[in-house]
Design a protein around this ligand. Structure first.
Ligand SMILES: NC(=O)c1ccc[n+]([C@@H]2O[C@H](COP(=O)([O-])OP(=O)(O)OC[C@H]3O[C@@H](n4cnc5c(N)ncnc54)[C@H](OP(=O)(O)O)[C@@H]3O)[C@@H](O)[C@H]2O)c1
Length: 338
């Protein structure tokens, strides 16, 4: 009989945690015991998995006794506190937060791109930032064929990328507008309703935000190539789910756009939607609840000898978080690392 695993979800009541439950169920992941964990705010509430109710427990170090896999998505400081406790108890932690991503001892993995990195794990595997995961899935096969020299990316990121409080904020601002009441700003830096905010996370002295530098550094780590130049502008838009990205790349070898389309059509985890004359290109609404990453508007950049413009869209709670985490666990089982 195939082995089954005891799985704890830390942050089970959050946007990512709830999506993890769905992905585990949809993929029929071999779960023996499921343990949903959260803070004292929601401990005692229930979540549904495969039609059954599971009581959410308060996360404590002892919660991880007897657990095989910990899917963590409760924030960086919570992972900092609980991941070592879980690892001490023999748990393999797949962490969605930013805390361990750039640690040289922690593999940062997108299974379609660098599955081999998993074998070096020491108990913790990091899941990349949502915007990075969807971008590298599309860029890796292009890099393998043409060698990417430089990436310029601008993102259009949904509010669910900032968690359930930001989703509630867009709902509340919409209601307030319809009811003619004053619009309150509580979680995001400015009003998000009818607006576009060029700030995700806090600013650094360089003028970049932390989110932008996550895209720069994580892309190089996952693609295992520090020579790729990356610059990013990350922007919040009033969309509930789905991050979109305008990506411009310059390549070393001359590109053939038909071949690029062909390469992407065969790339794992990628769906090409590219017939703009017939309004076929991906939008955020097209990707909700889907594990794949969509790419369209594929065209030769007319401003450089060899470059490509692309429009990349994915469900940030799926490939950007829950799907990638579950795929890491599946890949570890395949490689007999679990
Ligand atoms: N949203 C995305 O697209 C995305 C993508 C990639 C990575 N991530 C990362 O995943 C993490 C969670 O994101 P999210 O969007 O799911 O946030 P969220 O909707 O705000 O949910 C946060 C979760 O963490 C739990 N939590 C908070 N403090 C806790 C504590 N002290 N002890 C135990 N559990 C605690 C919350 O439990 P309560 O309900 O009890 O408060 C909730 O289950 C973040 O680090 C984020 O950066 C998010």
């Amino acid at each position: 009989m195939a082995k089954k695993y005891n799985v704890a979800i830390l942050g089970a009541t959050g946007m990512v945690g709830k999506e993890m439950l769905k992905v585990l169920e949809e993929t029929d992941f071999p779960v023996a015991k499921l343990l949903p964990l959260a803070s004292s705010r929601t401990a005692g509430s229930t979540v549904i998995f495969k039609g059954e109710e599971y009581k959410v427990e308060l996360a404590q170090p002892e919660s991880f006794e007897g657990i095989d896999i910990g899917l963590f998505s409760a924030g960086a400081s919570i992972s900092e506190k609980f991941a070592p406790e879980a690892v001490k108890r023999g748990v393999v932690v797949i962490d969605n937060t930013s805390f361990f991503r750039m640690d040289p001892n922690v593999p940062l993995v997108v299974p379609e791109v660098n599955p081999h990195a998993l074998k070096n794990h020491k108990g913790i595997i990091a899941n990349p930032n949502c915007s990075t995961a969807q971008m590298v899935v599309v860029l890796k096969p292009i890099h393998d064929r043409y060698r990417i020299k430089r990436i310029v990316v601008s993102t259009y990121q949904s509010v669910s990328g900032w968690g359930k409080e930001a989703v509630d904020e867009l709902i509340e601002q919409t209601k307030a507008y319809v009811e003619g009441k004053p619009i309150e700003v509580k979680v995001l830096p400015k009003q998000i309703l009818f607006n576009v905010i060029p700030q995700i996370d806090s600013f650094l002295e360089t003028g970049y935000t932390k989110e932008e530098m996550k895209m720069v550094n994580e892309t190089k780590k996952i693609m295992e190539d520090n020579s790729i130049a990356v610059t990013a502008t990350t922007v919040r838009v009033p969309v509930f789910i789905g991050h979109s990205e305008a990506v411009n790349i310059e390549t070393e070898k001359p590109v053939d756009i038909d071949e690029v389309r062909q390469i992407l059509s065969n790339a794992p985890g990628v769906k090409v939607m590219d017939d703009p004359q017939n309004k076929i290109y991906p939008t955020a609404l097209d990707c909700v609840g889907i594990n794949d990453t969509f790419v369209g508007r594929i065209r030769k950049d007319i401003s450089v000898p060899s470059g490509i413009d692309l429009w990349i869209v994915s469900d940030n709670l799926r490939k950007g978080a829950a799907t990638n985490a579950v795929q890491i666990a599946q890949e570890m089982i395949k490689q007999e690392l679990l």
